[in-house]
Design a protein around this ligand. Structure first.
Ligand code: UD1
Ligand code: CA
Length: 420
């Protein structure tokens, strides 16, 4: 097997979330939090990723889909993080090399420090390398104990800390690289004499050191990288931090975000340079926006929406699975779902595609340079040809396609007779 590998622990329930759903599937900026950890491990260089599942195993497998580099290991009973790693042994049989261990409930972990850790491990050859962080508020984390010379001694869980140890601000973010097969030797030695009676992965570094192996702890992570989601409050904090990162990246790419605190963009959205996003714009799902577009205020773009360059979408316009061609304008109060509108068209105020008949969703097609008057309703499936005009208030009924270049009006819409 090609290394390095990554192991992501995701078998726990996350009781404090008070949810029927596995904790790692709760969404941060529109995506299950574990998918960010998978992305970071991949981008840091992991060639194979073993995800340990247990509570809600089927949901987690389904959410991560059929990716060739992901395999799953099942932890039958949640006996602790050390036990969870043991569950990966069959999947990693015969593999010798570095394995990075991460937890699925820290979605803000970034690829850069992880790649850095992989590099250090390669040059350093340590049996265990710990990425640590020095944080203003260490509550809830395991603490890193060092000797007077600053060398790593052990990790102590908060529940097992003495009053002095609890004040330590260097914490364990659960970001380790272990050399295999040495890790298995340490895991075989784990006991359960701790406050929770669990097999703690956090005991493995100390055990390796006692076996004469080299263990190094490096404070390469930042407080924001390691926000662990254990509660809904943490989930909201993670979302806010991730949203700030997403908008920051967009701005770096040349997008103007007029009011970042009043704008919400899904992590999967792609937006071209010189596009301006006005306040209260919400983009959810895998949306693609071209260059030099104008979005908002108060625009909602939903999954599968594609805006080509120079499109303008304004107040109270909602688009879902809809494509707008170059230069098309929908400035006020419209709903377009399952629609494909060609370039240079005008979607008037109040235009609606009736795409759902209560059972089925159907498509609406509008050609290039078409004009949809205010309040027009297009009952799908229906097509409006190139250069056609649909009068204000017209209702174009199902299947009554409007031919290119014609003008229709009324309820139901009929071609206007040409004046003699
Ligand atoms: C763990 C660490 C702690 C660290 C903290 C934040 C241990 C003993 N403690 O504590 O030092 O500061 O994470 O990174 O490791 N999981 C399983 N199977 C289990 C138990 C847990 O897969 O039997 C998974 C959970 O799904 C979760 C991760 O491991 O993704 C961490 O478990 P959690 O219970 O949140 O550990 P913490 O108490 O936060
Ligand atoms: Ca945790």
């Amino acid at each position: 097997m090609d290394g390095p590998v990554a192991i992501i622990l995701a078998a726990g329930h996350g009781k404090r979330m008070k949810s029927d759903k596995a904790k790692v599937l709760h969404e941060v900026c529109g995506r299950p939090m574990i998918s960010y950890v998978v992305d970071a491990a991949r981008a840091a260089g992991a060639k194979k990723i073993v995800v340990v599942v247990g509570f809600g195993a089927d949901q987690v497998r389904a959410a991560l889909g059929n990716e060739p580099d992901i395999v799953f290991a099942t932890q039958e009973k949640q006996l602790g993080t050390g036990d969870a790693v043991k569950a990966c042994r069959p999947q990693l049989e015969g593999y010798t090399g570095p394995a990075m261990i991460l937890v699925g409930d820290e979605p803000l972990i970034r690829a850069e420090p992880l790649a850095d850790l992989f590099n250090r491990q390669r040059t350093d050859g340590a049996a265990c390398l710990l990425g640590t962080a020095i944080v203003p508020d260490p509550t809830g984390f395991g603490r890193i104990l060092r000797d007077t010379a600053g060398r790593f001694m052990r990790i102590v869980e908060q529940r097992d800390c003495s009053p002095e140890e609890v004040r330590i601000t260097e914490v364990n973010p659960s970001c380790y690289i272990f050399q295999l097969p040495g890790l298995w030797d340490a895991l075989d030695k784990l006991g359960t004499t701790n406050a929770q009676g669990e097999y703690y992965l956090t005991d493995a570094p100390e055990l390796l050191q006692q076996m004469g192996r080299k263990v190094v702890a490096l404070p390469v992570l930042e407080a924001n990288d390691i926000l662990g989601v254990n509660t809904r409050q943490h989930l909201a904090q993670a979302d806010a931090l991730m949203q700030a990162r997403i908008l920051d990246q967009l701005m770096t790419n040349g997008v103007t975000v007029v009011a970042p605190l009043d704008t919400y963009v899904d992590g999967r959205a792609q937006i071209g340079a010189d596009t301006i996003i006005y306040p209260f714009t919400v983009i959810t799902g895998d949306v693609t926006v071209g260059k030099n577009c104008r979005l908002g205020p108060f625009t909602h773009l939903r999954e599968g929406t594609v805006l080509e360059d120079d499109v303008q979408v304004g107040a109270f316009v909602e688009l879902c699975r809809t494509t707008l061609g170059q230069g098309t304008i929908a400035r006020h109060h419209a709903y377009l779902g399952d629609a494909n509108v060609g370039a240079g068209s005008n979607v008037g105020a109040g235009v609606i595609t009736a795409n759902f008949d209560g059972k089925l969703k159907s498509k609406t097609t509008v050609g290039v340079n078409a004009f949809l008057g205010s309040g027009a309703i297009l009952i799908a499936p229906v097509a409006v040809g190139d250069g056609a005009v649909v009068g204000a208030g017209a209702v174009v009924t199902k299947g009554q396609d409007v031919a290119a270049g014609t003008t229709v009006a009324g309820v139901p819409a009929r071609p206007l007779s040409s004046k003699s």
